[in-house]
Design a protein around this ligand. Sequence first.
Ligand SMILES: [Zn+2]
Length: 210
Amino acid sequence: MHGGPGPGSIVAVLEDRALVLNRSWAPITTTSVRRALVLVVRGAAGVVHPETFRVHSWDEWVGAPAEAPEVPRPPPRLHGFSLSVRVPEVIALREYDGYPVRQVAFTRRNVYRRDAFTCQYCGERPGVEHLTIDHVMPRSRGGGSSWENCVTACRRCNARKANRLAEELDLVLSRPPVAPRWPGGLDPASVRARPLWQRFLPASAVAIGA
Ligand SMILES: [Zn+2]
């Protein structure tokens, strides 16, 4: 091989990234394919099949035949071998269950993104220039500017609600506003580039980061 690691070289493949899920299948970070393979060989993680979402041990992943324990095994030998194995794109840790979270910046744009640019009262999507931020508990009544008190509203609903509570007008929020949780070890740009990874993220996180 000449001219350094190209896109198909083994170095490039091993340095590519794999998504790491915790024991509960929440994505927590990415790691190199090299490190992912080590974790799987050691049994600390399983490979998640991108199509079936089944978790495979190393032996299953490389298609090794099941060992028959009653057959006497020959002494171990080292010899040349070649191995062709599908590169793991997602692995699931067997023990770790933490979920390091990164704060998502509280901005007007990110509130719109969390709410999918949709009015949370009437369900309309009038376009970003016609959207406003509504304070669920109005500021005039002490409501603050936070993820939990701010929602996307179209101009009409916001004007109608004004300084009142939604209940006073029979307006119903389509879902309670929450602060999005973005996995601490994940770079949004890399998630954008990998549609497969997005399937493992909560929808609110994908809306913000991808
Ligand atoms: Zn509306």
